[in-house]
Design a protein around this ligand. Structure first.
Ligand code: GAL
Length: 682
């Protein structure tokens, strides 16, 4: 476990490199070296799926090609991010030891194929992975151009084999000590599900039990813990091989909503990596959402990944052009200039790298048409290659930001992965996605106003923040409630919202209608929850305006708070919908319903005024242009990013040098081209 953060001394420009696919073609490998220099590549991520190239048969090791890759890259000054190959296994391993194969939730062992589908409990898989990891560390651990370990690839999914079920029971024994405690936590008297023997307890499966919230949430906790444990044993093997280089793995987010991958608690996982790294595939140029909307979502998820360690992070993968798997069966190319704009957005939010999947398009396989720096034409004259080279050039001009963490924001939004797991068990479904949307909706206002926000896990320290959002905190722990109380008592401003504290951490309903701690803090008491059909709309009247209510409206009563807004319709017309409570030195608000974006803007504008929250002040832009500030050792760099389809005027209040263009920007009105970006150093 590590709470340390690895600091880089230069911005990384690189991507996934698969030289094992081109061993029969030395000219291509030689061309790669020349092209990498041309594109100002500084790192190559090697070995991600190279197990069968390294060990084509049991006991037979082929390292010569990888030795050469290290040498060739070293000769051109390119560092290696070396992956352990456990993301995909060789066929011989599965044929000889079928226990390595994953069993699906119907209890069916999968056939060999694909990737990311191993049993993470199986001792055989663990042993073979540890062996190859140790050998890699032993052979390459002392190489001067080994920069970082990339442990496995995008850990995901769950296995339901007997070994995993037994490990789940062991995990439960650790958690509960005895069956009586488990029965109590899972409320198993309901439907006569009391367990009398540990052997009776299973994972939630379609042909068995899938409706017990406590069981479901514990299974998710177990899967997450087991994944992290597998990662830990890979790191242990790397250390046993003699390498002390820093370690990470690539986290991910679902495309579209850019919701964090849901089966691992990244906040817990982040404590085990030296630097957070993630793979980003936002859906640019799609009809469903404007690029501005996508940029806002991308900003939010980047702030989430930065918040995991409250430190700079790595963009491990991104598409230089199109992907080959977007869910709507259409894949748009990035239009000219967009690669630079979208890549620099990651830097603006705290990434210290721009890295791609993939360096060169594969000849065959599922991803042969996925965008790459070098396409099948093998040309460095191609548009994408040229634009990647321009990004490389930009990074050399932005070196002053590397390793310097962004100043803490004054506004924090809490996101709790466990809450997502709990929300899968409500009648008000699908809440998990609405939870993320509700947080995004608040974030959008601050993003448009260029007011920095930190997105934080629930165990983060809150002192120093002025304003904290903990919305839809469906399952709040007593520790979090105590922390929020302390925060407000000491002068903080807290915004909580509907569907908070309905269940405890075991997924049992909170008795007494509403948490007594929150009742005291918020000065309200919940009477009922109304879950609205999409066609049903209510409104709230707030400061002389009416705003739409959708999804959820709670009926609450005041126990100390004052009402700031009331519902206008239904049997609860005239009752409070937004409340304010003065508590200790601070202020606690409650939003009883899901109100529209216009409400969020009006409500947050008032908070910003009341609290005197400052925007990034050197550039005044219209809401569609994003301004994000990064610190340097001696000052700041303001990234000004235009995601709209048209040029935008921005008013620069304080001049400085645009590091990208290399010239002075004077105070006054500037025009930022479509897809334009400036990085003004002050
Ligand atoms: C990532 C994965 C890569 C590649 C890429 C394609 O999720 O780690 O190996 O498949 O997607 O977009």
């Amino acid at each position: 476990m590590t709470e340390t953060v690895w600091q880089l001394d230069h911005l990384l420009h690189g991507g996934d490199y698969y030289p094992e696919q081109w061993q029969a073609d030395p000219d291509i490998l030689a061309q790669d070296m020349a092209y990498m220099q041309e594109a100002k590549i500084t790192t190559a991520t090697v070995g991600v799926f190279a197990w069968s190239a390294l060990a084509p048969r049991e006991g037979e090791w082929h390292f010569a090609w990888l030795d050469q890759v290290f040498d060739q890259l070293a000769a051109i000054g390119v560092n290696v991010i070396l992956a352990t190959p456990s993301g995909a296994k060789p066929a011989w391993l599965a044929r000889r030891y079928p226990s390595v194969l994953r069993t699906d939730e119907n209890g069916q062992r999968q056939l060999y194929g694909e990737r990311h589908n191993h049993c993470l409990t199986d001792p055989v898989y663990r042993r073979y992975v540890a062996e190859i990891d140790r050998r890699l560390a032993d052979r390459y651990g002392q190489r001067s151009n080994l920069l970082l370990w990339h442990i496995s690839n995008e850990y995901s999914g769950a296995c339901y084999c007997d070994q995993c079920q037994a490990a789940f029971r062991d995990w439960l024994k650790q958690r509960y000590g005895n069956l009586a405690a488990l029965n109590e936590a899972w409320a198993t008297t309901f439907w006569s599900h009391q367990y009398d023997d540990w052997a009776e307890v299973t994972a939630p499966m379609p042909s068995g039990n899938q409706t017990n919230g406590g069981q479901n949430v514990d299974w998710q906790r177990f899967v997450s813990a087991q994944t992290i444990d597998f990662y830990d044993q890979e790191v242990k093997a790397v250390r046993a091989g003699g390498s002390q280089a820093p370690v990470t793995t690539n986290f991910m987010a679902e495309t579209g909503d850019l919701l964090p991958y849901h089966q691992v608690d990244y906040a817990a996982f982040a404590k085990h990596v030296d630097v957070v790294a993630w793979d980003a595939y936002p859906g640019w140029n799609e009809p469903k959402a404007s690029n501005c909307q996508v940029a806002m979502k991308n900003a939010f998820i980047n702030d989430y990944f930065r918040g995991l360690k409250q430190a700079n992070f790595l963009l491990m993968e991104s598409a230089p052009s199109l992907t080959n798997w977007h869910p709507n069966d259409r894949v748009r190319a990035k239009r000219p200039g967009q690669l630079k704009l979208t890549s620099l957005q990651f830097l603006a939010h705290g990434a210290d790298s721009v890295m791609y999947f993939q360096w060169r398009q594969s000849r065959g396989g599922w991803e042969k048409f996925h965008g790459a720096v070098v396409g099948h034409d093998g040309s460095d004259q191609q548009r994408v290659f040229q634009e990647v080279s321009q990004v490389g050039q930009c990074l050399t001009q932005l070196q002053s930001i590397v390793g310097v963490p962004r100043a803490r924001a004054k506004v924090a939004i809490l996101f709790d992965q466990e809450n997502v797991w709990h929300m899968a068990n409500t009648p008000f479904t699908p809440l998990n996605r609405r939870y993320w949307h509700a947080l995004q909706q608040q974030y959008q206002y601050f993003w448009e106003q260029d007011i920095p926000v930190d997105v934080l896990p629930p165990d983060a320290e809150l002192s120093g923040y002025q304003l904290v959002f903990d919305l839809m905190a469906y399952a709040t722990s007593s520790a979090l409630e105590a922390k929020l109380t302390k925060f407000v008592r000491a002068g903080g401003t807290l915004v909580m919202g509907y569907l908070s504290a309905l269940v405890d951490t075991a997924d049992r309903a909170v008795l007494g209608g509403f948490s007594p701690v929150l009742r005291e803090l918020l000065g309200i008491y919940r009477l009922e929850v109304d879950s609205l059909f999409p066609e049903t709309v209510n409104t709230v009247a707030y400061r002389g305006q009416q705003y739409q209510v959708t999804d959820t409206a709670e009926v609450i009563t005041l126990t100390g708070a004052v009402s700031l807004a009331t519902y206008t319709a239904d049997f609860y017309a005239g009752t409070p919908a937004v409340t304010y409570h003065s508590f200790g030195q601070g202020h606690a608000y409650y939003l009883a319903s899901h109100n529209d974006q216009a409400f969020s803007a009006a409500f947050n504008a008032q908070l910003v005024e009341d609290l005197g929250l400052a925007r990034v002040a050197t550039i005044k832009a219209d809401p569609t242009v994003s301004v994000q500030r990064r610190a340097t050792a001696t000052g700041v760099v303001d990234f000004v990013l235009n995601f709209t389809d048209a040029p935008r005027a921005v008013i620069v209040n304080t001049g400085g040098v645009d590091l990208l263009m290399g010239h002075q920007i004077d105070p006054g009105t500037q025009t930022l081209a479509r897809d334009g970006v400036m990085a003004i150093q002050h």
